[in-house]
Write a protein of this length. Structure first.
Length: 94
């Protein structure tokens, strides 16, 4: 299996957490979500509280509703503030 396979060895779709931070590009969350779904990924959208105002057309069924264990994490857009907090081990917005 390569790093780009979208199925696990059990045959189920791979799961990706799409972390969305508050920045203008968050308006394109639906486009990213649709592309990942078209590629066969199960997607959970994990917006920060501040990002909620930036996201249009959120698929409510795939919003974070509890603890998840994804196969991959994509942070898009990743703001400078978010990257610095991750590097410092600070998790105060998710």
């Amino acid at each position: 299996m390569t790093q780009f396979d979208t199925e696990s060895s059990a045959g189920s779709a791979r799961h990706v957490a799409l972390v969305v931070t508050a920045a203008p590009l968050a308006r394109h969350t639906r486009r990213t979500y649709d592309a990942l779904r078209a590629a066969g990924w199960k997607v959970t959208i994990c917006p920060t509280a501040a990002a909620a105002d930036w996201i249009d057309e959120v698929p409510e069924a795939d919003l974070l509703a509890g603890r998840i264990r994804p196969d991959a994490v994509i942070c898009c857009p990743a703001t400078f503030n978010t990257l610095n907090k991750w590097a410092a081990g600070i998790n105060d917005s998710l």
